[in-house]
Design a protein around this ligand. Structure first.
Ligand code: ATP
Ligand code: MG
Length: 589
């Protein structure tokens, strides 16, 4: 990627004069902004808010967005994907067919058109693309991966952090169609690899995390997470082996427990009175034992049946994992107080696994390692102590049913895990036949059998690439663009715009750079030198050329690298070469 800074934007002006460029900068942070990227993107003249979750991109910001799009296009093409464009305007019936209109609820923007037909604005395009691909008939036309870069609409309940979570945003969404599982695996891997290249080229630090497919459905998925304080997602990472997963998906096998197996001997089972003590906290305080010695018993409704889920007192049930463990469609619900009383014979807070008749017991792995535990007694105002799994109750299944905690170890190598806040910039899913079956996207195989295609879907938030880059690359003074996303490569600041000689030199430098194919912004505005230098740092263009005192004293210009503020001097005729070297090396060296 040595030449990754070289511009792709041939259809755009390579150079601009700021005096004529619509690039307003602000000294003050916008009042509604918390995220650093939000503040800096407004102050550096990239975006302006129109309304809740809707932002305008100004020319300077749009250049960054286009650079990100171009890198994405480039890598999609390299991975063999074909670009198309699907409508944002969609008949609601298509969403009805897959049941996702209900699943998305108010996030899906719906309305009636003038004929009274119910419509939606596309929040994503699995339905539309699958419908289109019905035109594919034969295995000979497959595999196929298509993609688009297009505006999506989601009426997000909490738009925040500027363009990181907005109601209207630019997404690259790709969809692969294959004849069999091996094909899907190959298509998925090709996209996964393309994503790694995209984020590397964009200068983003991104971790590929094991994830839960959520509302997309399907079986396997990875999220590409850019670590940043403002990120809404929490992930775990093992520095030793590289394992990374989001909190929903992080595995907790028996080996994840950091505690050594207890050497305690099992003691005789005993019932104790615990009047009015029904929470983990109350019971552990009352009996003077740590919460980790308690077993929580939670009753869930699964379809028309019930299961009792057992986790350690200091652990939380992960319902996503529970759904997988019970192997049902996503309908598990905590039972009501009445159901609990009916099944356990005691009010809520006193349920336990011992002699809990008629209910399937599902135990988390950590429960099975406990010795002399405390549980509800299935009797009012009472708990059992010295409960031992295997001796006092036998679960019908043991599984990973809980969320990872800070005490847990890496599930693959047992080293400590780090908990990191991150922004989800991309997501890849293996969907299988979930959509193609319902919508009838089938093909005829070599053996003439008609089968549904196997599908994958792959999203990237283009706006989030730009915002995450700003989150990861800035200092107290402003943005520090990764070279490949920088709206311009060089900024020339003429210190006194009313000085004919300096202006002349500025114009010459500007012309030389644009002739050499370097994208350059010339700051020829009538402003104080101090304010121009402040703006230069705020904008974050990688190379800063200053034409001022150094020119007046020894006919050379100052060239600084924004990231490190290291400086060098150059004669006008050496300027292009000096800047090329800086960009190639990524700084002064
Ligand atoms: P999140 O979990 O952050 O809500 P998601 O899982 O709903 O995102 P996907 O449906 O996987 O997102 O969309 C693909 C990509 O589109 C995401 O990885 C993200 O980069 C981007 N994206 C999703 N929602 C938004 C939004 N409201 N604003 C900006 N970008 C978004
Ligand atoms: Mg997601």
């Amino acid at each position: 990627f040595k030449k990754c800074w070289s511009p792709n934007l041939v259809h755009w002006p390579l150079s601009m004069k700021w005096s004529q460029y619509f690039l307003p900068t602000l000294r003050e942070d916008p009042k509604d902004a918390q995220a650093i990227s939000h503040k800096l993107m407004v102050r550096a003249g990239l975006i302006r808010r129109l309304g809740s979750g809707a932002y305008s991109y100004l020319p300077f910001g749009f250049r960054a967005l286009q650079k990100a799009s171009q890198i994405v296009r480039d890598e999609m093409t390299r991975a063999g994907a074909q670009e198309l464009l699907l409508p944002a305007l969609q008949p609601l019936e298509l969403w009805h067919a897959t049941g996702r209109d209900a699943l998305l609820g108010d996030v899906l923007i719906r309305f009636k058109d003038r004929t009274g037909k119910e419509m939606a604005l596309g929040p994503t395009h699995e339905e539309v693309v699958t419908d289109l691909l019905k035109e594919v008939r034969s295995h000979k036309q497959l595999p196929l991966t298509v993609y688009q870069i297009q505006t999506k609409f989601r009426d997000e309940p909490r738009p925040r952090s500027g363009v990181i979570r907005s109601k209207e945003f630019l997404m690259k969404d790709a969809y692969s169609f294959d004849v069999d599982r091996e094909g899907l695996n190959r298509s998925y891997q090709a996209m996964y690899d393309a994503y790694q290249r995209i984020f590397a080229r964009c200068g983003l630090n991104v971790l590929a995390c094991e994830a839960d497919p959520g509302m997309m459905g399907g079986e396997v998925s990875h999220e590409f997470m850019a670590p940043a304080q403002i990120g809404e997602d929490r992930i775990v990472q093992c520095a030793a082996c590289g394992y990374a997963a989001n909190l929903e998906a992080a595995k907790c096998p028996p080996s994840a427990l950091s505690l050594e197996p207890s050497a305690e001997r099992p003691k005789p089972l005993e019932m104790v009175k615990t009047p009015g003590k029904h929470t983990v906290e109350q019971v552990s305080q009352f009996l003077k034992v740590p919460p980790a010695t308690l077993i929580k018993t939670l009753l869930y409704d699964v379809e028309k049946d019930h299961v009792a889920v057992l986790v350690r007192g200091d652990h939380e049930v992960n319902e996503t994992k529970l759904v997988r463990a019970v192997g049902s469609p996503p309908h598990v619900k905590l039972s009501t107080a009445q159901t609990i009383e009916r099944l356990s014979g005691a009010p809520m807070g006193f349920t336990g696994p011992v002699k809990l008749g008629g209910v399937r017991l599902l135990a988390d792995h950590a429960v099975m390692a406990m010795v002399n535990a405390v549980t509800g007694a299935n009797a009012p105002e009472a708990h059992l102590v010295n409960v031992n799994p295997g001796r006092d109750f036998q679960p019908s299944a043991t599984a990973d049913l809980r969320f990872v905690t800070e005490e847990d170890r890496c599930p693959t190598c047992r080293n400590p895990l780090a908990f990191i806040q991150a922004i989800e910039v991309g997501h890849v899913f293996k969907l299988g036949t979930k959509y193609t079956e319902v919508l009838g996207a089938t093909f005829q195989d070599a053996d003439r059998a008609v089968k549904p295609m196997l599908m994958g879907c792959y999203g990237i938030g283009i706006n989030r690439i730009v915002a995450a880059a700003v989150e990861q690359h800035h200092d107290d003074h402003g943005i520090i663009w990764p070279a490949a996303l920088a709206p311009f490569q060089a900024l020339i600041s003429v210190m006194e715009a009313d000085n004919a000689e300096l202006s002349q030199v500025g114009a010459q430098a500007h012309d030389a750079l644009s002739r050499a194919g370097i994208e350059v912004l010339l700051d020829d505005r009538e402003q104080s030198p101090g304010s121009k230098l402040k703006d230069a740092d705020l904008l974050g263009i990688p190379v800063q050329v200053v034409i001022g005192k150094v020119w007046q004293s020894d006919h050379r210009v100052e060239v600084a690298w924004r990231a490190t503020k290291e400086k060098t001097k150059a004669k006008l005729e050496e300027l292009v070469e000096t800047i090329r070297k800086l960009l190639d090396r990524g700084g002064v060296s």
